[in-house]
Design a protein around this ligand. Structure first.
Ligand SMILES: C[C@@](CO)(OP(=O)(O)O)[C@H](O)COP(=O)(O)OP(=O)(O)OC[C@H]1O[C@@H](n2ccc(N)nc2=O)[C@H](O)[C@@H]1O
Ligand SMILES: Nc1ncnc2c1ncn2[C@@H]1O[C@H](COP(=O)(O)OP(=O)(O)O)[C@@H](O)[C@H]1O
Length: 295
């Protein structure tokens, strides 16, 4: 196979291109643990207008081929390939797909790149293959791939409970965020298995969170284990109240407009890479699908 020619999608013949946006956890409380070891969370998810892009062409032979590998992730382990095969199995579709990924979201950054790639694959191929599974069915399928997949499938900013699958949509302000990317990739499983992680925050509710905010229980562990993140927080906190998203490594702060966020991004740029993006209550993926259905 000539991988060189396959690295980029064949521009003219791509049937469908869709974004796979990032998320932030504006707060993340750990309120307990299930018998299977998974943690019970309360978290506020908001999307960012900042995304990977996935390109899809359908195939008649049923094969799923991802042409753009991610370093350190085997083809068949990639959440894109796993999501495509899961949809194939559950829809009994005979079709396959050629898929290309333009990766922009940092891997292991706590902004949900892998889960978002999986959700975009489920919704994208559901559209391309005309398999017509409903969003709740796709969200349930997605949950078997990762705790974060359902929120990306549903596409609405939400207060989440359980392991992240019990979703209550919320309307939040949509500020501009500066998201700093410390030079480290963090394993979610490693943070959740840390002995020092506190797992006993009092359960709260959506109204209290919207009024009083919250914190991220993973932050203390990540600050202790990763000096890159600790130092990034010290730096960004000089300009704005900064917090970890998910299990890290990314940290973020909110601004009333793009200019103010970009100014700080510029001021820290020599020490800390970052990007600026607006918060979104409806994900870019859902806005793109809406546009398709209106065409
Ligand atoms: C912590 C959060 C917050 O949004 O995000 P990230 O920082 O990973 O982006 C998520 O709950 C992560 O969701 P996701 O990245 O899909 O995690 P999964 O693949 O399901 O789980 C990875 C591993 O983390 C642990 N895990 C995950 C979720 C959870 N509620 N409890 C856990 O204990 C388990 O050990 C699991 O094997
Ligand atoms: N398409 C994908 N994009 C990113 N990571 C993936 C993908 N498929 C599998 N992975 C695996 O999922 C892990 C978590 O990645 P990612 O979703 O970027 O981070 P986080 O869970 O911190 O938001 C990666 O380290 C990688 O091993």
């Amino acid at each position: 196979m000539n991988t060189k020619t396959l690295k980029a999608p064949p521009q003219q013949s791509v049937e469908l291109s869709l974004p796979a946006p990032a998320k932030l956890n504006l707060m993340l409380h750990i309120v307990g643990r299930r018998a299977d070891g998974y943690h019970l969370l309360e978290t506020l998810f908001q999307f960012l207008d900042y995304a990977d892009t996935l390109h899809f062409n359908s195939r008649d032979d049923g094969q799923i081929i991802l042409h753009t590998p991610i370093d350190g992730v085997a083809h068949d382990d990639n959440l894109i390939v796993r999501a495509a095969r899961l949809l194939q199995k559950n829809s009994k579709s005979n079709l396959g797909a050629d898929i290309w990924l333009d990766k922009k979201l940092p891997v292991g950054g706590g902004i949900g790149g892998g889960s978002s790639n999986a959700a975009t694959t489920l919704l994208g191929l559901n559209h391309l293959w005309r398999t017509e599974l409903s969003l709740p069915v796709l969200a349930e399928l997605g949950l078997s791939l990762g705790a974060d997949v359902p929120v990306f499938v549903m596409g609405r900013a939400a207060f989440a409970q359980g392991v992240g699958e019990k979703l209550q949509p919320v309307d939040l302000p949509e500020p501009w965020y500066l998201v700093a990317v410390p030079p480290v990739s963090i394993s979610t499983a490693k943070v959740f298995s840390d002995k020092g992680l506190t797992r006993d925050t009092e359960p709260t509710n959506i109204r209290t969170v919207l009024k009083q905010g919250g914190h991220n229980d993973c932050q203390a562990v990540v600050e202790r284990c990763y000096p890159e993140v600790r130092n990034a927080l010290i730096l960004l906190n000089k300009y704005v109240e900064a917090r970890l998203t998910g299990t890290g490594s990314c940290i973020f702060g909110g601004f009333p407009n793009e200019q103010q966020a970009a100014k700080v991004a510029n001021q820290i740029s020599e020490k800390l890479p970052s990007f600026v993006a607006q918060g979104a209550n409806i994900s870019m993926l859902h806005r793109a699908l809406q546009n398709l259905s209106e065409r």
